[in-house]
Write a protein that binds this ligand. Structure first.
Ligand code: 7PJ
Length: 279
């Protein structure tokens, strides 16, 4: 039976897990001061857990295409105050960051079980830091950087290239001393990819998992690929598309789906599992 070594937890990967997204960017919560912000973030996390989230993914830097620059100091000021509270909620805490300095400070505070890195530990010192930490790591593929990555994404064979990249990052992690049982891979839907690239990657999750040799995490919640398919311009109005996408990712073997809408996703996955279990 496959399981993920995830900080304070050992997560069985026998059913698809739901990772609830907790953005702690200024636009995410009403800004009545830091205590209000921390309180609101913890309340949102508790709500997602009540709705069935298996992990909480907290992030202080938006890496969406064309997102404004956030300094490391600002990212730390957003994320660190919520970590102690999150650590007491009984589920693994994932930290969405690509900066070694943010990883180091957060790990020093404690209560972080997974580092979710859209740069797959490419920042200087990240591999070494995490080799000596007891946390899981999600290695995500992206082409280019968030400010320019959607300009002209280009691949000869997107599935082979992304799978090959993930395999190389996994090998580097293992060589640095990060056990494979701590690793997840992620094709990074929307990160330097056209709609056709995203669909090819979603369709071939099993091939990606096989190439990388680690379980896959898939994030497509509310993303613009879903807007392109449905014509829905408003991200928060893409619930049906997001749930369908999460379900299809899970059916293709995704171990974890990263979502905003935990309750609806959990319901969809429960129906699928009930059907699978039926005679
Ligand atoms: C992803 C992520 C994703 C992982 C974001 C957004 C953009 N981390 N962080 N995978 N996306 N592992 O949520 O729209 O797809 S930020």
């Amino acid at each position: 039976m496959s399981e993920l070594l995830c900080g304070r937890f050992r997560l069985p990967l026998t059913r698809p897990l739901v990772m609830g997204i907790l953005n702690v960017t200024p636009d995410s919560f009403s800004d009545g001061g830091r205590f209000d912000r921390v309180d609101a973030a913890l309340e949102r996390a508790r709500q997602m857990i009540a709705e069935g989230a298996d992990l909480i993914d907290v992030g202080g830097e938006s890496t969406r295409p064309n997102a404004p620059f956030v300094s490391p100091e600002e990212e730390l000021a957003r994320v660190l105050p919520v970590l102690p509270g999150l650590a007491g909620l009984g589920v693994p805490v994932s930290l969405d960051t690509r900066r070694t300095v943010v990883m180091r400070e957060a790990l020093a505070i404690g209560g972080v079980d997974l580092i979710n890195d859209v740069s797959a530990l490419e920042d200087d010192g990240a591999l070494e830091l995490l080799a000596s930490a007891n946390v899981a790591v999600c290695l995500m593929h992206k082409q280019g950087n968030p400010d320019t990555m959607q300009h002209d994404p280009c691949y000869a064979d997107v599935v082979a290239e992304v799978g090959g990249y993930l395999a190389r990052r996994v090998a580097l992690c293992e060589a640095a001393g990060i056990a494979r049982a701590r690793l997840l891979g992620d094709p990074g839907l929307g990160f330097g990819k056209t709609l056709a690239h995203n669909l090819a990657l979603l369709k071939h999750v099993p091939a990606l998992e096989q190439a990388a040799g680690v379980p896959m995490l898939i994030g497509l919640s509310r993303k613009s690929m879903l807007g392109a398919i449905t014509g829905e311009a408003v991200p928060a109005e893409r619930l049906g598309a997001s749930v369908a996408g999460a379900l299809l990712a899970a059916q293709r073997g995704a171990a974890i789906v990263r979502v905003h809408d935990v309750k609806a996703t959990r319901q969809a996955l429960d129906v699928w599992r009930a059907l699978e279990a039926a005679e």
